[in-house]
Design a protein around this ligand. Structure first.
Ligand code: MN
Length: 195
């Protein structure tokens, strides 16, 4: 069974003006699609073609891992954004942030620092590790499930994620996602599933 590009959880112009349709067309339509196509080409006729994405991610390294992980990472990223998102989480997630970071502001500072300082291509994540919230950053296709962590939310900081709309201004992209698009409902659902 071939791997497929999952539909976006919103319309391609739903994140305007914070992420343009052109960014979505390239990031989802070209980059994300290319990882799916590459993964199908690399696994065609092999036992991996019958495995789940997660099984491939946990069981491989190299090009097969890179493409499988990037398929997973991007689906997770699209779900980490939503129109009229941003602001602060409420409920259990907010309480866990206060418990583990001190406050939402402290969490935001730590996440922004991770996303800004990830050198080159990669990802910033809010994860759960041993029952505790934590901010981590990963390079290239690397992701929390390879490190016994459960991902709650991610931000893609590869240049292709922001260059069309923000050029080289990665910090402005991060701040805009915090203010307008981060999907705390998705993160809260992942936290409740992590128990
Ligand atoms: Mn990307």
């Amino acid at each position: 069974m071939a791997f497929t590009l999952l539909p976006l959880p919103f319309a391609r112009d739903a994140l305007v003006p914070y992420l343009s349709s052109e960014t979505i067309d390239f990031h989802y339509g070209k980059h994300h699609q290319a990882y799916v196509t590459n993964l199908n080409n690399l696994t065609e006729g092999k036992p991996q073609a019958q495995q789940t994405l997660e099984q491939i991610i946990m069981g491989t390294e190299g090009p097969v891992f890179n493409n499988a992980a990037q398929v997973w990472n991007h689906t997770f990223y699209w779900n980490s954004l939503k129109p009229k998102g941003g602001g602060e989480p409420r409920g259990e997630l907010a309480q866990a942030m206060t418990r583990d970071f001190g406050s939402f502001a402290k969490f935001k500072e730590e996440f922004t620092q991770a996303a800004t300082t990830q050198f080159g291509s990669g990802w910033a994540w809010l994860v759960v590790e041993n029952g505790k919230l934590k901010v981590v950053k990963t390079s290239n296709a690397d992701l929390p499930m390879k490190h016994n962590q459960t991902a709650l939310l991610t931000l893609d900081v590869w240049e292709h994620a922001y260059y069309i709309d923000y050029r080289n201004a990665r910090p402005k992209y991060i701040e805009t996602m915090f203010n307008n698009l981060l999907n705390w409902d998705f993160a809260a659902k992942n936290l409740s599933n992590a128990k």
